[in-house]
Write a new protein. Structure first.
Length: 411
């Protein structure tokens, strides 16, 4: 397909998902002590665990202004023109973002085998993990090779939250930060994420699966722990937007997570089904305000977790496969019209119950636009293609998802 100029999506949002939980890895347990409840951020008295030396972050008197979340749009019709130049197979392939191991080759390098796999299955993004990272020069070469082969609009992502979910911290000159739950105050959060964003952009990344917008409502939740800013929804709603603005200032797209909220779960969706026990009133008052605030700050990507809401939907379908949660609450109630990304589809909360092809189709029917790391890429792609050809999945739903990605990343 002919690729045109890149532009950013203009979103005006109304009110106010692991690895993070998108990584397919289980983070190490967090300390049992939850971050303190914060009504209004104050300067921290302690910013690091004893094991994690704290760097010194310059704290400006006021956070630097983020780029405008409403840039001028390019000429009308451009995304549709780009879409019209794609075959059905190309459109379906572009729904997927994958890990390098799903494209063959080696963990550290873009090889001929990788190039062949990408040509045969032209996914639209790749996500790097710690096993793909050796040193600074190697990371730069790898991200550059993927972006060159994938073309304009190809997404190169990483889970870089700071703290214990950090793929790059300590590698070469990349800044190492404490967990966000050990920072308080808008300036401190902005400064820390500003350093991360500058390095991510310089190293060739275009997407960061951060910040975590979860509220740590269950102090025994170790999968989130101090990855969350706070146990207080008002504090999270104040601090998460600073991380969003800092990343956007460097041209890195933040992907907030894990909607509808992972901080109150008792389990880990890496290892099995999990749910939130709360009713709709609690979700609206506690779990969702940070997501709404981050959306208002200019977020274009939301990760939906594999988290069920049985008290609300009446069943145990995970959010990533639930039209009630994605189309109903995220898009309908919160007004989000940007790019919805599933959490990793090779996590056991999904793979224990659905084969790759069926899970991919269900996620699209729910309203998701990017299918992240299916357990079997070939089966997942074949399942979506077959569903479209049989009429079980409207091609218009695929087109809608592709258009949203083109709007954010260009082509």
């Amino acid at each position: 397909m002919k690729r045109l100029s890149r532009f950013a999506l203009c979103i005006l949002l109304l009110s106010g998902c692991a690895a993070g939980v998108g990584d397919g890895e289980t983070p190490s347990p967090a300390p049992d002590t939850a971050p303190p409840s914060v009504a209004a951020p104050v300067p921290p008295t302690e910013t690091v665990t004893p094991e994690t030396p704290s760097p010194s972050f310059p704290a400006p008197e006021t956070p630097e202004p983020p780029p405008s979340p409403t840039p001028d749009k390019p000429e009308a019709g451009d995304p549709e023109t780009a879409l019209a130049g794609m075959s059905l197979t190309e459109k379906v392939s572009s729904l997927f973002w994958v890990a390098p191991d799903q494209l063959g080759g080696t963990a550290y390098a873009f090889t001929d085998a990788t190039a062949r796999a990408l040509a045969e299955t032209p996914v639209s993004g790749v996500v790097l993990f710690r096993e793909n990272i050796r040193d600074e020069a190697q990371v730069r070469a790898l991200t550059a090779a993927f972006r060159q082969a994938g073309g304009p609009g190809f997404a190169v992502g990483v889970d870089e939250e700071g703290g214990r979910v950090s793929r790059l911290g300590g590698v070469g000159s990349f800044p190492k930060t404490p967990a966000m739950g050990r920072l308080s105050g808008e300036q401190e959060v902005y400064a820390a994420v500003d350093a991360l964003g500058a390095a991510l952009a310089d190293w060739g990344f275009t997407v960061d699966f951060a910040p975590v917008c979860d509220v740590l409502t269950n102090p025994n939740n170790t999968v989130i722990g101090n990855r969350a800013f706070s146990a207080d929804p008002q504090a999270v709603a104040l601090l998460a937007p600073q991380a969003v603005k800092a990343l956007l200032a460097h041209g890195v797209q933040p992907c907030i997570k894990h909607f509808p909220g992972h901080g109150g779960t008792a389990g880990d969706s890496h290892t099995g089904a999990v749910s939130l026990p709360y009713d709709l009133e609690h979700l609206r008052g506690t779990e969702w305000p940070p997501f709404s605030a981050a959306l208002a700050a200019g977020t274009n990507l939301v990760m939906v977790g594999h988290i069920a809401l049985p008290a609300v939907t009446g069943d145990d379908t995970p959010a990533s496969l639930s039209p009630d949660i994605v189309a109903g609450f995220l898009r309908g109630e919160l007004g989000f019209d940007g790019l919805v990304v599933t959490d990793s589809l090779r996590m056991k909360a999904v793979t224990d119950r659905w084969p790759a092809g069926e899970a991919a189709v269900l996620a699209l029917k729910a309203g998701c636009d990017v299918l992240l790391m299916p357990q079997d890429l070939a089966d997942a792609r074949a399942g979506v293609l077959q569903a479209v050809l049989s009429g079980a999945l409207p091609e218009a739903r695929v087109d809608e998802a592709v258009l949203r990605r083109l709007a954010v990343f260009g082509w």
